[in-house]
Design a protein around this ligand. Structure first.
Ligand code: CA
Length: 222
């Protein structure tokens, strides 16, 4: 299989060198660029599997690079920056970043997010299957033993996230963060409420126990 290609847009040589070493170790092909305008040109001219994008860059900042890139390309972008203010995250995600990480970052987490976003672009229409439960992220359809499950948008997002992390116990805080987003300042009770909705529509309807509660830890689909 061809190596997945990643464009690293980062003007701090120490960080880009570190990322390059880590990513090449994971068998990605890396291109490095430390200048915003130059990075935009490279990103427009080449089809990368993913772009890691710093915000504070010479000549053109990362937000502007992304804004211009999105006018013509949907390459997955993870913004990686020291700026951790909510307004930056909102701006970045609003203009089409697929993900957002702040420095300092854990390389394992970045690698996991890279896997997630490069996988999504490669196998877009694959069903995720757990027993008789099947979820198609592209068509946004969920079925149990072939029977369609009628879900609202949030219910589907929650189910999808749990399926993407099946066999992993996910905390309420993580679910709130990932499914409702950082802009949602509610309590984690909303997670419990939606888990109940899902159970009513899946577990109760088909008389199974798909979504497991792990006391004090969160929820898991196995
Ligand atoms: Ca920078």
């Amino acid at each position: 299989m061809d190596k997945k290609s990643i464009l690293i847009v980062e003007d701090e040589a120490q960080i880009s060198r570190f990322l390059q070493l880590e990513l090449e170790h994971e068998n990605y092909a890396c291109t490095i660029c430390g200048d915003g305008r130059e990075a935009l040109n490279i990103a427009l001219a080449t089809d990368f599997d993913l772009i890691i994008l710093d915000v504070m860059l010479p000549s053109l900042n990362g937000i502007e690079v992304l804004r211009r890139l999105r006018q013509s390309k949907q390459t997955p972008v993870i913004i990686l920056t020291a700026r951790d203010q909510v307004v930056d995250k909102v701006t970045g995600l609003d203009i089409g970043a697929n993900d957002y990480m702040t420095k300092p970052f854990a390389i394992e987490e970045l690698l996991a997010r890279i896997r997630l976003h490069t996988k999504n672009s490669a196998v877009v229409s694959d069903n995720m299957v757990c027993g008789k439960l099947s979820v198609n992220p592209e068509a946004r359809v969920a079925t149990y033993a072939g029977h369609p499950i009628d879900l609202t948008k949030k219910e589907f997002d929650l189910l999808l996230y749990l399926m993407q992390h099946r066999n992993v116990v996910v905390s309420r805080e993580t679910l709130l963060d990932e499914v409702w987003g950082f802009a949602f300042y509610g309590s984690t009770n909303v997670v419990d409420v939606y888990i109940r909705y899902l159970r009513a529509k899946i577990d109760n309807t088909f008389n199974v126990e798909i979504i497991e509660t792990v006391r004090g830890a969160g929820y898991v689909i196995r």
